[in-house]
Design a protein around this ligand. Structure first.
Ligand code: PEP
Ligand code: MN
Length: 338
């Protein structure tokens, strides 16, 4: 249920309602909007609870939430969630760009990549230190050493660091260095990991599972939100299909679909979504055109030398050219982009 507080309700009134919601055995999530504050009351909705909450004079109305993902639903919060971390802004009419190599490989590589993507307009630096590789024999990432290099690149450039955490045991370590915690496609339904990143107060970039439905995707986001972390960025990164001409199939209709269902911002990853560098620029442009709140793109100082995902990685020049094209589309649509 959504408990809609009357306009002008004070913080004390909201807090008292939270206590009443909790006394009914429900979990309370306070969502402060520009117009009014609502409390999402989630849990077993036995008879009488709605009436009980409705009876308080500071309550305007109590409405059911029909979607299974209660806190993520647009029914709970009409205003788009905007994620801001350092100079990276995702959502609310601003297209934020995260870019960098698939993996952190060396100090020289990540520092150069950070400078190059920043010059092109990115405000977030991606780079995997813990890598989920299909084969156990592939490069697994530089681990903590890689995290330290990402932090050094942030110090040098001011970019927000976005990096993957693969297991609940590593959340504290990765959170110590990162600005945004990435949950990878292969971990979208790792519920313990979702809860662990939900316990932090860092924004979470949640990638869609390789074969996850939209409802499963939103329910995965709900696990993070349910822990009180309201900063979730959804990432469409392509799904497995019968098609083999691309590495994955990138369904861009999920962007406007998600905007009809959730207030959470949606970014697109055309690098993993296509797996082919030449397809990445047009899909970046298309992502902005269909309303994406941001892009996450693999860029390496020399893609031929990349230790992972080189064939889907843009050169710094190609990336700069791509963002210049995206900016034209953004401007035409009344959106802003750095
Ligand atoms: C990545 O971003 O490098 C990555 C491994 O992505 P995904 O989880 O979408 O495959
Ligand atoms: Mn990759």
């Amino acid at each position: 249920m959504i408990v809609v507080m009357k306009k002008g309700s004070t913080q004390e009134m909201v807090q008292r309602m939270v206590e009443r919601v909790e006394a009914l055995g429900l979990k309370a999530h306070v969502i402060v909007g520009t117009e009014r504050t609502v409390i999402a009351a989630v849990g077993e909705e036995r008879d009488g609870k709605k009436e009980s909450l409705e009876s308080y004079s500071e309550v305007e109305s109590v409405l059911p939430i029909l979607a299974p993902y209660k806190v993520a639903s647009l029914e709970t919060k009409r205003e788009p969630t905007v994620v801001r971390v350092r100079d990276l802004v995702i959502g609310g009419g601003h297209v934020g760009v995260i870019a960098g190599p698939c993996s952190v490989e060396s100090e020289a590589q990540i520092l150069l990549a950070a400078e190059q993507v920043k010059a092109a307009g990115a405000r977030g630096l991606r780079g995997g230190a813990f890598k989920p590789r299909t084969s156990p024999y592939s490069f697994q990432g530089m681990k903590e050493e890689g995290l330290k290099l990402l932090a050094a690149a942030r110090d040098a450039t001011g970019l927000a660091v976005v990096t993957e955490v693969m297991t609940p045991q590593h959340v504290e370590l990765v959170a110590h260095y990162a600005d945004v915690l990435q949950v990878g496609a292969r971990n979208m339904q790792n519920y313990h990991l979702l809860q662990a990143v939900g316990e932090t107060r860092l924004p979470v970039l949640l990638k869609r599972g390789l074969s996850a439905s939209m409802e499963e995707f939103l329910l995965a986001a709900e696990y993070v939100l349910d822990q009180g972390n309201q900063q979730v960025i959804l990432c469409e990164r392509g799904v497995r299909s019968f098609e083999t001409h691309t590495r994955f199939t990138l369904p861009l209709a999920s962007v406007p679909y998600l905007h009809q269902k959730t207030h959470l911002p949606v970014v697109v990853d055309p690098s993993h979504g296509t797996g082919i560098a030449s397809l990445v620029p047009p899909m970046c442009v298309a992502s902005v055109a269909c309303g994406a709140d941001g892009l996450i793109v693999e860029v390496h100082p020399d893609p031929h030398e990349a230790l992972s995902d080189g064939s889907q990685t843009l050169s710094p020049d190609a990336f700069a050219e791509t963002l210049a094209r995206c900016r034209k589309v953004a401007t035409a649509l009344g959106l802003t982009m750095d």
